[in-house]
Design a protein around this ligand. Structure first.
Ligand code: ZN
Length: 319
C-alpha cells in the first residue's frame, strides 16, 4: 500500500508533566501533561488512524486484522510504543523487567527496553542511569536504608544525546527534559524511589522486591555510539539496532532519498515541516509507513525519528 497512515496521539496527564507538548500542536488535557503516546497500540492508550482507508480503526485492531501492513511479523501485540515526554519535574527512579521475567511474573506481558533521544533539556541537566552499588547486597542495603543519593548514578546530558535503557537498568528522567522515547510495547514499571512525594496525600506505590529481583548489579552503562551519514545537506544518524527495535534520526535539508525494506516504520516529526513523497508532514505528526510502501523521498527542512523492528523480531514464547 502506497499511503502513509497518520495516527491520532493520546495525551497523558502525569504528576511530573508540564505544558510544553503544546509546542508540537497537541491539545493538552491539563497543565500537567507528561506524555504524548504518538504511536501506540497499548490498551492504556490505543491510537486511532486519522485518515485514509483505515480511518477510525485503533492501531491494535489494525495490527490484528491487517498484519500484511506490518510485513506479516509475528507476535500478539504491535511491538513498539513511541512517546514524547515533557518532564517538568523529576520522574520516579525505576526499572523495567526483561521479557522472561515479565512473562513469568506479569501474566505473559513483554518486558521493556527503551531508548531516549534528548529533544531539549536545561543547562547542566542530568539523568539517572545505573547505580553505584557494587553488588545486589549493597544495592539492597542502600535502598532499604534510604541512601538514594549514594545509590543513584547521574550522568550529564545535552540536546541531541541518545541513551539506551536495557531492562534491569535503574533510570529516571529529571525535570526540565523533553525527549522522544521508543520502547517495547509494555507499561510495566517497578518504582524504586519517588523522592518522598505525595499524590493526593499519599506516596505512590513502590516495588522494592520486584526492583531488586530484576535490577542489574553492578550497573554503569555508557552512552551508546551512533553512526552518522551525511547526504548532501541532510544527515542520517543510526542509533540502535537490537533484537527489539532500531531507531534512525533523519535531519532533512532539501531532498533525501531513503531506501526502505522495513516491515513497517513508525515515524514522528520532531521539528520543522516538509513532505514524504509529496504528502505534507509537520512537527508533531505521527505516522506509519506500511510494508510494501518501498523507497521514499523526504523533502523540506525537518527532523524525523523513524523506529522499526527487525524483520523477524524476537517474540516472547508463551508456554
Ligand atoms: Zn522507564
Amino acid at each position: 500500500m502506497k499511503e502513509l497512515m497518520f495516527l491520532n496521539p493520546v495525551l497523558k496527564e502525569c504528576i511530573w508533566g508540564g505544558t510544553r507538548l503544546s509546542g508540537f500542536g497537541y491539545r493538552l488535557p491539563s497543565d500537567k501533561t507528561g506524555e504524548c503516546w504518538g504511536i501506540s497500540a497499548h490498551r492504556n492508550g490505543d491510537c486511532t488512524v486519522a485518515s485514509g482507508a483505515y480511518a477510525g480503526m485503533t492501531l491494535s485492531d489494525l495490527f490484528t486484522k491487517h498484519r500484511e501492513l506490518f510485513g506479516g511479523i509475528g507476535g500478539e501485540y504491535f511491538p513498539l510504543l513511541v512517546k514524547i515526554i515533557d518532564a517538568k519535574n523529576d520522574l520516579s527512579v525505576q526499572v523495567h523487567p526483561d521479557d522472561e521475567y515479565a512473562r513469568i511474573h506479569e501474566n505473559g506481558a513483554s518486558g521493556k527496553a527503551e531508548c531516549w533521544y534528548i529533544l531539549d533539556c536545561d543547562e547542566g541537566a542530568a539523568i539517572v542511569l545505573g547505580h553505584r552499588a557494587k553488588d545486589r547486597k549493597e544495592a539492597e542495603e542502600m535502598i532499604r536504608e534510604g541512601r538514594f543519593s549514594d545509590f543513584i548514578r547521574e550522568i550529564p546530558i545535552q540536546k541531541g544525546d541518545f541513551l539506551m535503557i536495557e531492562p534491569g537498568v535503574i533510570h529516571a528522567i529529571k525535570g526540565g527534559t523533553m525527549l522522544l522515547e521508543t520502547q517495547e510495547n509494555s507499561d510495566i514499571t517497578y518504582r524504586v524511589y519517588d523522592y518522598g512525594r505525595l499524590v493526593n496525600g499519599a506516596p505512590r506505590k513502590l516495588h522494592i522486591e520486584e526492583s531488586l529481583a530484576v535490577m542489574k548489579c553492578p550497573c554503569l552503562p555508557d552512552k551508546p555510539d551512533s553512526k552518522t551519514e551525511r547526504v548532501g545537506r541532510s544527515e542520517i544518524r543510526h542509533f540502535v539496532s537490537d533484537s527489539h527495535f532500531s531507531t534512525t534520526l533523519y535531519r532533512v535539508d532539501g531532498e533525501l532519498a531513503v531506501t526502505n525494506g522495513n516491515p513497517f516504520s513508525a515515524v514522528t516529526v520532531l521539528s520543522g515541516s516538509g513532505a514524504v513523497d509529496g504528502t505534507p508532514v509537520k512537527k508533531g505528526d505521527n505516522f506509519l509507513i506500511p510494508a510494501g510502501y518501498g523507497d521514499f523521498v523526504l523533502s523540506g527542512r525537518m527532523e524525523l525519528m523513524l523506529s522499526t523492528v527487525p524483520k523477524e523480531p524476537k517474540v516472547a514464547i508463551q508456554e
